[in-house]
Design a protein around this ligand. Sequence first.
Ligand SMILES: NC(=O)c1ccc[n+]([C@@H]2O[C@H](COP(=O)([O-])OP(=O)(O)OC[C@H]3O[C@@H](n4cnc5c(N)ncnc54)[C@H](O)[C@@H]3O)[C@@H](O)[C@H]2O)c1
Ligand SMILES: *[C@@H]1O[C@H](CO)[C@@H](O)[C@H](O)[C@H]1NC(C)=O
Length: 317
Amino acid sequence: MIFLMDMQMMLLDMIYFILRNSVRVVLRPRTKPIDGELVLITGAGGGLGRLFAQEFCKQGAEVVLWDVNSSANEQTAKLVRELGGQAHTYSVDVTNRDDVYQNADKVRRDLGRDVSILVNNAGVVAGKRMLECPDELLERTLKVNCHALFWTVKAFLPQMKAQDHGHIVTIASVLGLFSTACVEDYCASKFAAVGFHESLAHELLAEQVEGVKTTLVCPYIVDTGMFEGCKIRTEVELFLAPLDPQYCVEQAMNAILIDQPLVCIPRLTYLPVLFRALLPWESNVIAYRFMGSDKCMYPFIDSMKPKLESAPTIEVA
Ligand SMILES: NC(=O)c1ccc[n+]([C@@H]2O[C@H](COP(=O)([O-])OP(=O)(O)OC[C@H]3O[C@@H](n4cnc5c(N)ncnc54)[C@H](O)[C@@H]3O)[C@@H](O)[C@H]2O)c1
Ligand SMILES: *[C@@H]1O[C@H](CO)[C@@H](O)[C@H](O)[C@H]1NC(C)=O
């Protein structure tokens, strides 16, 4: 009897959330205020990281910027300060556990308070055919895009839980939900990031840590240079062009500020996720071929060739 009542409650709740989320597509809920929050962004010197820093600053938050590339990181800090915001830079290699833990302590000591929003944004891709790619480069992708999530979350989640206040944001990719050819390292790492994030989100809910929110951001190709050259069929590209970085970050910010658990940008990319789950593998292969998304990474890999050759001393963490 209790079982049937529970089931009835569950079904009603499910319907409630389906309706609520449908309404939210049109009527956006109010965003939460984050002025005065301390936001830590990894990979803050990069295309998206820099824009996240600026957007969080516009919302009145103080930002802590982590990147291995200190000159790029300083540039981001400069832009934030020009907006009148407060930025603190740290040169951190997020693949190095000790580096992460030590710098987390340093942030705490320097600023005298805890990070309340963690944006795991640092990411890399090997950009080479797997069979021709140095092993270290393949490994690095996993270390930056996946392992680093363990270290940063271990460093900052305990205080968020203690205060029952915080937000963990993971910048994954649609390539963490479906895949394509020639980016094995990247897809492996982003599927891992999605799995990590979802498991963490479930853990917080199971433990009823209601004050710590999570948002998983899965963008399609963004025009930051990371996947320079990547190309699908021209006719299809009219509907699915590489995203403008500013648009991508604005959409992600909106999701974060309404505590949305998952966002795919643009919305059209929910379709391949659905098709992957519903249709036979072969049907998806046919659709990929039709859209030119089977070989979309070929021109990207080609364009990376001269770059990787002219830089023989690739920094490997
Ligand atoms: N650009 C895209 O098409 C796209 C699409 C979907 C998802 N993403 C994801 O968005 C995130 C940001 O991408 P982006 O386009 O801004 O890339 P980007 O290359 O412009 O920036 C990445 C930044 O991360 C930093 N970084 C790399 N390794 C690091 C390490 N070990 N420790 C600390 N910092 C490190 C780099 O120095 C760089 O500043 C990544 O996670 C990426 O996978 C990008
Ligand atoms: C660091 O960033 C600067 C400026 O954005 C860029 O020119 C340089 O190539 C980057 N260095 C590395 C090692 O990625």
